[in-house]
Design a protein around this ligand. Sequence first.
Ligand code: CP
Length: 318
Amino acid sequence: MKTFLTANDLGNLQSAVHEALELKKNRYAYKQLGENRTLLLVFFNSSLRTRLSTQKAALNLGMNVIVLDVNQGAWKLETERGVVMDGDKPEHILEAIPVMGCYCDLIGVRSFARFEDKEADYSEKLLNQFIHYSGKPVFSMESATAHPLQAFADLITIEEYKTKPRPKVVLTWAPHPNVLPQAVPNSFADFMNEAEVEFVITHPEGYELSERFTRGARVEYDQRKAFEGADFIYAKNWSAFRDPHYGKILSKDRNWTVDSAKMALTDNAYFMHCLPVRRNMIVTDDVIESPRSIVIQEAANREISAETVIRRMLSALG
Ligand code: CP
């Protein structure tokens, strides 16, 4: 595996989940695989879980890990070609990326949507520059359109907690004060569409996601109806995708907050969220603190999804 951005990059998803669950039983089994190999993690945006879980995964595999926070201590990077660099950015990304590639064997990149240019975001311009110019295998640690390590961890978690062969999984939009990317719901939809689940998306009108990721999944605009009989409720905020509102907040309606009355409509569903979560905006205190909340277990599985992906990439290095 040379890149990791979509569910498709994992091949057979059921096999990948099985592999991950086996790895979870003995996460140090491949300690020799990463010996004398270096993973570079490049962060253009903040992180808690991705930063820690990906480092932990690489350490489990015996790798060295180096971390670059681009906005803290590195030179400011120009990303556009043809720019006369007489401003505050002393280095061009087209030199910076191959230089980064000199110091490592694999690269993980976190770079969120900028919401300046939808086409640039949805063509994964920055991530693709790393893929093309680093000379090294690259995986997304949440890029402009996708957060596949999160979605893979989510699927592993659903596999662990499901009590039916084909559980009902509901992705619900919920309110948030700030503009958030579509990366998490995009990848969640991408993975759920390939998984053995009944997948339903619920959101206010205007929050339709890209068809590239939803691929005809059922959309139910009545949140309460969507929750009926659900086995897993996956809450997340995202900003509008469709033109002319790309990257805009259309609603902060707290009637969409996940609360215990709505959870009572489900089949005793588990509550999931990728974290960080805004309490009493996305979900009420009592729901996230309830025994049916599996947000911590979900975050713990980020180590396992990352280790599975890095192990495959190391194996492909030969
Ligand atoms: N879920 C997730 O990616 O968390 P961080 O933004 O803290 O890495």
